[in-house]
Write a new protein. Structure first.
Length: 384
């Protein structure tokens, strides 16, 4: 039975994403907006113009070297094998077919993405699967690759909900976030401009990723960076109240991250958070500001592969904070981040290391690659 209320209770079942077919990025407006704060081309602050950046084909496809794709697949399979060895039941999505046709919306087309960072488009709350409204066009059908797994949980009694699906025309997106250099989190990046009108425009739409939600039993901390997020969170709050009454308390935090909260802040156990820096305490809901923050030192540049000028980096060097807890005492950490391992062990946690080499190229860590579906325990009130 589906049952997952937090990220740290003893883990029993999990879905691990698939890297099959991940050979490139579709560089359209939706992709660039989503990765706006972390879209790096050689220099941390150099934003590659689509019309001039080397490596970008006329069809907007940014190719990834086959060697990197092969090593990613190897690391993902090692992760799945390790979890199985730890006694966790591991489910897998359907692989993306090699000949998958482009997907299409009203006025746009995009090559489909594999179901790798599966934390993004689904939120598990207790016994409910909530498919969240995607922000990137190429990921619009990604959860269909998870449908066989979701169907099994639904047949066993889980509730299965899909939030309203956006049209994703150019004007669906709140562009103010990327246009204002004083409010974007990543620094002085080139603004995204020139959205094209469409007869299907309906104005700003709901968009939200499950990875924007920090699950703490009854309490849900949700990161909001712009109006697309705000609209979706308003819907989620109404849905939770209509479905569960006052079971959940939803806390909005403003621009703790550009999108996902789980490379900024993760709960390791009740009262303990893994945080990128101490300043995040001031952004937390007041009730959580007394919780302990573990803030590891900055990662060393030597922790990461050296890439060529034409390799596109999608995350900050802090991506390894994206850990996966096996239980309240045990954390799965990237082998290539020894500073984080030492910080967690100094705080009393047991660490299990597994390799993930190209996390900056593919935009995700272990928490991103996984979706925990069964953890022991109930919907606790950790503020009581």
């Amino acid at each position: 039975m589906l049952n997952s209320h937090n990220d740290f209770s003893p883990l029993k079942e999990i879905i691990v994403g698939s890297a099959t077919g991940y050979l490139g990025h579709d560089r359209d407006l939706s992709f660039d907006l989503f990765h706006h704060d972390n879209l790096h081309f050689r220099s941390d602050w150099a934003y590659p113009r689509l019309s001039t950046a080397p490596g970008l084909a006329a069809d907007r496809s940014w190719k990834i070297k086959q060697r990197y794709a092969d090593e990613l697949a190897e690391d993902v399979e090692d992760l799945a094998a390790l979890l199985t060895q730890l006694g966790v039941v591991v489910h897998r999505p359907l692989p993306l077919p090699a000949d998958a046709a482009p997907i299409a919306g009203f006025g746009w087309t995009a090559p489909p993405a594999p179901a790798l960072n599966i934390r993004d488009n689904t939120l598990i709350l207790g016994g409910e699967i909530i498919e969240t409204p995607p922000c990137i066009r190429s990921r619009y059908l990604e959860t269909r690759l998870l449908a066989p797994v979701f169907t099994c949980y639904w047949q066993a009694g889980a509730r299965w909900t899909t939030m309203p699906r956006p049209l994703l025309t150019d004007t669906s997106f709140d562009l103010s976030y990327s246009r204002d250099p004083d409010t974007t989190l990543g620094g002085p990046t080139e603004p995204i401009s020139n959205p094209q009108p469409s007869p299907y425009d309906v104005g700003l739409e709901m968009m939200l990723d499950g990875a924007q939600v920090l699950r703490l039993g009854r309490d849900l901390i949700v990161n909001i960076a712009h109006d697309n997020h705000r609209l979706a969170v308003d819907w989620l709050e109404r849905h939770l109240y209509d479905t569960h009454g006052d079971r959940y308390r939803l806390h909005r935090v403003w621009r703790m991250a550009d999108n996902h909260i789980d490379s900024m802040l993760l709960a390791l156990k009740p009262g303990v958070l893994l945080a990128r820096h101490e300043g995040l305490r001031d952004l937390l809901p007041e009730a959580f500001r007394t919780w302990k923050l573990i803030t590891p030192p900055p990662p060393s540049p030597g922790n990461f592969p050296v890439y060529d000028d034409g390799d596109l980096l999608l995350t900050s060097p802090y991506i390894d904070l994206n850990v996966l807890s096996i239980d309240e005492d045990t954390v799965l950490v990237n082998t290539d981040c020894p500073e984080l391992v030492k910080a967690l062990e100094a705080a009393g946690f047991t660490t299990i290391t597994v390799r993930h080499r190209h996390r900056r190229l593919f935009g995700g860590g272990f928490h991103c690659f996984t979706l925990d579906t069964v953890r022991t325990g109930e919907c606790e009130d950790y503020l009581a």
